[in-house]
Write a protein that binds this ligand. Structure first.
Ligand SMILES: C[S@@+](CC[C@H](N)C(=O)[O-])C[C@H]1O[C@@H](n2cnc3c(N)ncnc32)[C@H](O)[C@@H]1O
Length: 428
């Protein structure tokens, strides 16, 4: 049977060579599917942490390997990456990490090389740990933007926070919120309204009352846009208020809008993701009007009171949960996404009533997808103005020129938050 560390190195090789997302690479690996749940958790743990520390590990490899490995030795390179991660950053016994890596590399006739390299790193552990800096894990396309927009200290804080395991938040349906002792049942603690932060302990869909649809997975940051919409319409009868959500799957914000009692239309371009949205709605016993369409080709006779744009983005705010983003150069992709975000915003102008609102959000901390995009939009559309966010929402993050930015290193919450950007605009 293939060793779990060997499987971890195979999957990491696939992620590095094809820039595949972690979850896709892990589901495509047949050996992984045969592991028991403990080994699966171990493989996930070492790959995700190796990706989070990619910059630091790469720097150590460059220092300790004078002659670069041949291209066809990609598997060995990734075996070395996961071994360095275990030796330096995870609480794994050195001899176990080294011996297993040496054993695996025998098949490639590189056992002596791997043995010498890893033992050398073990000997220099203290010096390496004194010198290494987490800032190096953040790729240039994000790093330069953080430095320019928020400065060195912020970069340091973000870099420090993203090497930690991220938290999983879930949102309990309001009607069941007070009915059970949720903190005990789900092993977590309430961090804000109906949101519980779980102590990560096992598969989410096996947790109590998941199948019954009493709750869904949604990070605290991702709940804020709909909370803002609710407070904008707090004086209105919600079932008279029409909300169009653009980019609705897998559905967290749609579920909140339904729970609040709005008239909801959920629009989503992807067929696969629309199927997921429908499955989730069925589990939660919720109904909405679903349109599987590209918003840019969407025609409507009806205008909406509010448009919620949850735009496709680089997901730079989720680098802790999706650390494979750290090894991707998304600078080209970023420019394309910004064009798409701008087009979606401009399309929304024709779909919202006078006096109505556009709530724009992205799970990104890159200024081009957030403040710069909105400032550009407002320069061209002087019939729109900022809505002042009420203090309860504003205090969860940081307000820049009327827009809300949440960072992974959020001080108000132990274990931080997902990075998110939110702007609320009103059509005059
Ligand atoms: C950030 S995700 C949405 C997350 C979702 N709102 C939630 O709360 O679960 C962005 C979504 O926008 C969708 N999307 C991208 N381009 C689109 C377009 N032109 N029209 C409609 N949906 C689009 C993507 O397929 C993706 O599902």
């Amino acid at each position: 049977m293939t060793n779990s560390r060997e499987i971890a190195a195979q999957i990491l090789t696939e992620i590095h060579s094809s820039y595949h997302f972690f979850e896709n690479s892990i589901t495509n690996n047949k050996d992984f599917s045969r592991l028991d749940s403990r080994d699966k958790a171990f493989v996930r743990f070492i790959i995700l942490n190796t990706l989070r520390r990619n910059g630091q590990i790469q720097e150590i490899i460059t220092t300790f390997i004078k002659k670069p490995l041949k291209k066809n030795n990609n598997f060995i390179l990734n075996l070395i990456r996961i071994s360095i991660c275990q030796i330096l950053f995870l609480n794994v016994r050195e001899y176990s990490a080294v011996n297993t890596a040496v054993e695996i590399s025998k098949k490639y006739n590189l056992d002596k090389f791997v043995n010498a390299l890893l033992r050398n790193i073990c000997r220099h552990k203290i010096e390496i740990m004194k010198k290494t800096r987490t800032e190096i894990n953040i790729p240039k396309w994000i790093k330069n933007d953080i430095l320019k927009s928020f400065g060195k200290k912020k970069l340091h804080e973000i870099a420090k926070s993203i090497v930690d395991e991220p938290a999983t938040d879930i949102k309990i349906k309001r009607r069941y919120h007070k009915q059970e002792n949720w903190e005990e049942i789900l092993n977590g603690r309430f961090i804000h309204n109906q949101v519980i932060r779980l102590n990560n302990d096992g598969p989410i869909d096996k947790k109590p009352f998941f199948k019954e649809g009493f709750w869904w997975v949604q990070s605290l940051s991702a709940t804020i846009p709909v909370n803002i919409i609710s407070s904008m319409f707090k004086k209105s009868k919600k079932n008279n208020i029409s909300v169009l959500e653009i980019g609705a799957a897998p559905g967290g914000k749609t579920f909140q809008l339904i729970e609040e009692g709005f008239q909801v239309t959920s629009l989503e371009i992807s067929q696969r993701r629309t199927r997921r949205l429908k499955e989730n709605l069925k589990r939660l016993n919720y109904k909405t009007n679903i349109l599987n369409k590209d918003i840019l080709n969407f025609k409507s006779n009806k205008l909406f009171d509010c448009i919620l744009i949850d735009a496709p983005c680089t997901a730079s705010g989720l680098i802790r949960k999706k650390p494979e983003i750290l090894i991707m150069d998304k600078s080209v992709n970023l420019e394309k996404l910004v064009i798409k975000q701008r087009k979606i915003l401009e399309k929304s102008v024709s779909l919202v009533k006078k006096g109505g609102y556009i709530l724009y959000c992205v799970c990104s901390i890159h200024s081009k997808e957030g403040p710069k995009l909105i400032e550009g939009f407002l320069r061209k559309n002087n019939n729109f103005e900022f809505v002042l966010l009420d203090s309860e929402h504003a205090k969860l993050g940081e307000i820049f020129k009327g827009m809300l930015q949440l960072f992974p290193d959020n001080e108000k919450f132990k274990d931080g938050l997902d990075g998110f950007f939110i702007a609320a605009l009103k059509k005059k």
